[in-house]
Ligand binder design. Structure first.
Ligand code: PEP
Ligand code: MG
Length: 578
């Protein structure tokens, strides 16, 4: 039986392989004892969660299209029956009443007992049924925990597998990449989440926002993932597999042709020289950046150095890591962004001890967090300054929103310089300091920031999120995520013009810069520096070398004037056909 599941394409590429379901049984469950007087209330809480889980599965069953294979409905019916089974519904109640355990803990203990029985079975098919237990138990756990997106740590072996998870953190993605995962598929998440960006930079085909797909997939199912279209084909027949293998070979041929552009200068048809640099997060990106001939690193996301570890790296370790990047770039300029932790960039998947905030993207992230914790910030500032002794380094501050923050940062940098002078440690006294323009307030006041800084770089991922008020990781509002929104285009234009007026360079390092559909538009708006993920660099370079800036300028002005979004997209397409 072949059927397709449709989500959002987050990272291009085709993968064919077997499914590996992760984290289904790894919900972080609180364990505590309940006061005697609260036991009946706890039993009631459990009963409500089971009823809600039943309603949820019932709703999923209702949404199965009538022409879909009946097996799928039967599969959900199995889960509904399990929710009526005393092994899942009554046994935890006994544990709550007799042992005073909280509902989540009682359910987890019962799940472990059931899974142990299945694990001991000889029959492969029956053994895989334990996934069903996890699906059902997790549906109840999520109701108990009132969470849709529990943060979980993934583990296990992912070599060559198509990993399916409800959601993945960037930290999980990194761990999986190390194990050679073939593709990622998630129920939640948008195409501009850090996990999606990471998948693109790791060249892992990825589909996100595949709602309610869990019940349709099982461990070891053969699937094809088309990361461009956002489609997952389950149980493909031989002919379909042959077709997709052919597509894989075609994609490889296109890449091979683009690789020839590596040594070509980045100059438009009418002679404008453009700076085309790479965004780097992981050491592997650096290798690709060099391979594709990037003219330096326009965004080095340092937060990945801080992930999957207990203690943050000290000054010395950071200095070594940054100079390593410098060396690998063979003398090309490197823009090191100071720490941008917080919101969807957590140091690990579980955020131990982090306070629960209702709007993390509006909270203590990036430069705000760094200014609050100078013990974290100063070693990084010193490490970046010291790296500047070895080659052209630029320091870039993320998420600036007020000039007071900028003044504080500049003051701290001054203090670090003084310390280095006193210790006789070398650094480049003219090292440029710039900022990311990724908050509307900063874009609107870009002229003021431009006067205090040596360069600006537009971070469209956050700029779009904050301008249109859409959470970049929430796929429910992803349909609103539009780089062509007039408000976004105006803010970009204002930033570019502010830089031009003061005479400082303005780059763009958000994902918009790496999407070749927007290259001509941005050239026409006056952008002269692009920093893109290395895997997109040659495609963007191809468009630049086939463009005329003067012609693009006329089209860009028209795109900016158009009110209707469909007309805007049509104009963009026309522009790209020139
Ligand atoms: C951006 O916001 O556009 C950006 C490049 O920064 P990040 O994606 O790391 O938040
Ligand atoms: Mg950002």
């Amino acid at each position: 039986m072949t059927f397709s599941l449709h989500g959002i394409g987050a990272s291009k590429g085709i993968a064919i392989g077997k499914v590996h379901m992760v984290a289904r049984g790894l919900v972080d469950v609180p364990e505590y004892f309940v006061e005697k007087s609260e036991i009946e209330r706890e039993v009631e809480r459990f009963g409500i969660a089971v009823a809600e889980a039943r309603a949820e599965l019932g709703a999923v069953r209702e949404h199965i299209p009538p022409d879909t294979d009946t097996d799928i409905a039967a599969f959900i019916d199995t889960h509904l029956l399990m929710l009526d089974d005393s092994a899942i519904t009554s046994a935890p109640i006994r544990l709550i009443r007799e042992e005073g355990r909280n509902a989540e803990w009682a359910l987890k203990l019962q799940r472990d007992a059931l899974v142990a029985v299945f694990d001991a079975m000889d029959d492969d098919y029956l053994r895989t049924r334990k996934n069903d237990i996890d699906h059902v138990v997790n549906t109840v756990q999520m109701r108990l925990l009132h969470t849709e997106k529990p943060l979980r740590r993934a583990d296990g072996s992912f070599a060559g597998k198509i990993v399916f998870a409800d959601d993945l953190t960037p930290a999980d993605t990194v761990l999986m990449q190390h194990q050679g995962v073939a593709a990622l598929v998630t129920e939640f998440g948008g195409p501009n989440s850090h996990t999606a960006i990471l998948a693109r930079s790791l060249r892992i085909p990825a589909v996100v926002g595949l709602h309610n797909a869990g019940p349709y997939l099982r461990d070891e199912d053969t699937v094809i993932v088309d990361g461009r279209k956002g489609v997952v084909l389950v149980g493909p027949d031989d002919q379909t597999v042959r077709h997709y293998k052919k597509r894989q070979r075609e994609i490889e041929r296109i890449h091979a042709a683009r690789r020839k552009l590596r040594f070509a200068p980045t100059v438009t048809c009418d002679g404008e020289s453009i700076v085309l640099q790479a965004n780097v997060e992981l050491p592997a990106d650096l290798e690709t950046a060099v391979q594709v001939g990037a003219q330096g690193i326009g965004l080095y996301r340092t937060e990945y150095l801080f992930m999957n570890r207990d203690e943050p790296p000290g000054e010395e370790e950071q200095y070594q890591a940054y100079t390593e990047v410098m060396r690998a770039g063979e003398g090309a300029p490197v823009t090191i962004r100071t720490l941008d932790l917080g919101a969807d960039k957590q140091v690990d998947g579980s955020r131990p001890g982090a306070p629960v905030t209702s709007n993390p993207a509006l909270g203590l992230r990036a430069v705000r967090l760094c200014l609050k914790e100078p013990g974290l910030f100063r070693p990084q500032l010193r490490a970046i300054l010291r790296t500047s002794a070895h080659g052209p380094v630029r320091m870039m501050i993320p998420m600036l929103s007020t000039t007071a923050e900028l003044a504080q940062v500049l003051e701290l940098i001054k203090a670090c310089r003084k310390e280095l002078d006193e210790a006789g440690q070398p650094y480049d006294k003219t090292m440029p300091v710039g900022a990311m323009i990724e908050v509307p307030a900063a874009a609107i006041c870009a002229d003021i920031f431009a006067r205090e800084l040596d360069f600006l770089s537009i971070g469209t991922n956050d700029l779009i999120q904050y301008t249109i008020a859409i959470d970049r990781v929430d796929d429910e509002v992803n349909y609103l995520y539009d780089p062509l929104h007039p408000a976004v285009l105006r803010l970009i234009q204002m930033t570019i013009r502010s830089g031009q007026k003061v005479g400082i360079p303005v780059a763009m390092c958000g994902e918009m810069a790496g999407d070749a559909r927007y290259t001509r538009l941005l050239l026409g708006m006056g952008l002269k520096e692009f920093s893109v993920h290395p895997n997109a660099l040659l495609e963007v370079k191809q468009v630049i070398t086939e463009s005329h800036v003067r012609e693009s300028r006329k089209f860009s002005q028209r795109v900016m004037r158009v009110i209707k979004s469909t007309t805007r997209s049509a104009l963009l397409e026309e522009m790209n056909r020139l």
